[in-house]
Design a protein around this ligand. Sequence first.
Ligand code: GRF
Length: 215
Amino acid sequence: MKIGILFSGRGSNMSALIEACSDANFPAEIVVAISNNPDAGGLAIAQKAGIPTHVINHREYENRETFDAALDAALKTAGVELVCNAGFMRILTNGFVESWKNRQLNIHPSLLPAFKGLHVHERVLTAGARITGATVHFVRAEMDEGPIVAQAAVAVQPDDTVETLSARVLAAEHKLYPMALRLVAEGKARVQGERVALQAAGHTETGPLFVPPLA
Ligand code: GRF
């Protein structure tokens, strides 16, 4: 399956996907990586991996529609079949989301539907939550919503800071996103009635892949 990555920043999740896709047995290949941010650290990562890389700077577009149209055109030109958002910090128009429906994934650093939005780890610590984690889901128009493909749980330690907690969740993200992508690329995770049905060992079960707390 041909993958296009959308990113805005350091690109560590993209890096995890690049590494996974570099294995000849992995069922996906990255055909393009697009950043809206010309200063994104991830640009160097993608270029070093030899992936065709574009900057589509949202500041150079009049509105969200024209920006999204440029994204859409670049993805289609590259022959993308599935879009993977990896730290992509722009809200997409309903039109873009609809046209890539069930063909676009996102990763979020919480156990959705808890803690949508920004400053997740700070809010997890403030709330006193004992378990947090990461979620890979199909993209819908509402931010951080959509059928869940896979989740990884991470225990919150009493002495955690935003830095220590975000580092452990990020490590979980880097394992989870390639696992989720594999399931989708192999056709084993499909959307059925706004839930994901996982096909495993000859039977179909409803509900996402769950990765229990990492040690
Ligand atoms: C990750 O925590 C991801 O879950 C969130 O944004 C962050 C991006 O980090 N959506 P990176 O650019 O992949 O390192």
